[in-house]
Write a protein that binds this ligand. Structure first.
Ligand SMILES: NC(=O)c1ccc[n+]([C@@H]2O[C@H](COP(=O)([O-])OP(=O)(O)OC[C@H]3O[C@@H](n4cnc5c(N)ncnc54)[C@H](OP(=O)(O)O)[C@@H]3O)[C@@H](O)[C@H]2O)c1
Length: 236
């Protein structure tokens, strides 16, 4: 049984994740936390000894939450986006010094991760691209974590090909949007458009469950490591 605590369990994403994990027969959600009860996190960790903390809060609080989990040897899966500074280095250092696994997944939907994989492939052949992302009006960070990650993956492919270009994603915020992204590649007299649309927050919850099972199945191997993106966890 995979024991889990969820932070941000009353949020738009966290609430869907929380309910979904509660319905998995191989998982036990021991508690949910938001701003009203976060103080109780250490006590619950000491008592219930969860294997993982699943975090969907906001960037300005998530790092402290993750540090608390690390102090108590609890592995972390966070979907929170919008971190400032060199968050990769910070997560690597925390994972290593506390010998826990930290996975940061800016987008948990399988389709969005395949969109990124296909974009890397297209970048091997196309030298020019733009990214447009559209999210719900209340999303705070801009551009989205997925758009930034897609841009960096394309940039890495281009660098290896000797192309020194950067993509600055364009962001749209609209009330009826969930999570949408278009990656537009421009070639000679042709466009290739790779697009992905999350129509609800269920794909994120499913991705969290898949990631939990995968990491739990190889905990000894991933302890002390920082993993970034669903592709790295699932070895896509
Ligand atoms: N990785 C992915 O696949 C994915 C997909 C979509 C969104 N996201 C990201 O997930 C995060 C959450 O998004 P959302 O739309 O669900 O946000 P949201 O609706 O604003 O929910 C935020 C959650 O964090 C909690 N929270 C806020 N401040 C807190 C504090 N000081 N201590 C403890 N809990 C606190 C909120 O609880 P209160 O109600 O008590 O304030 C709420 O439960 C964002 O960073 C978003 O960009 C990730």
């Amino acid at each position: 049984m995979i024991r889990v605590v969820v932070t941000g369990y009353t949020g738009k994403v966290g609430s869907v994740v929380y309910r979904y994990l509660q319905n998995q027969s191989d998982m036990e959600v021991v508690a949910g936390f938001n701003s009203s009860n976060l103080k109780g996190l250490p006590e619950v960790i000491r008592t219930d000894k969860p294997h993982f903390l699943v975090d969907f809060t906001l960037a300005d609080v998530a790092l402290d939450i993750i540090k608390t989990a690390a102090e108590y040897d609890v592995n972390v899966i966070t979907g929170t986006t919008g971190f400032q500074g060199n968050i990769d280095a910070t997560f690597s250092e925390i994972a290593k010094s506390h010998n826990i696994a930290i996975a940061w997944v800016p987008n948990f939907s399988l389709g969005a991760n395949l969109m990124m994989e296909f974009s890397k492939r297209a970048a091997e052949y196309f030298d020019e691209a733009e990214i447009v992302e559209m999210h719900h009006r209340t999303k705070r960070d801009k551009p989205s974590g997925t758009a930034k990650l897609t841009a960096s993956l394309i940039r890495d492919v281009w660098r290896a090909r000797g192309i020194d270009s950067e993509i600055i994603p364009s962001s749209l915020r609209l009330s009826s949007a969930v999570a949408h992204q278009w990656v537009l590649f421009s070639g000679e007299d042709e466009f290739l458009v790779i697009e992905h649309h999350s129509l609800s927050r269920l794909p994120f919850a499913k991705g969290v469950a898949v990631a939990l099972r995968k990491l739990f199945s190889k905990l000894d191997e991933v302890r002390g490591r920082y993993l970034k993106g669903l592709s790295q966890i699932l070895e896509l």
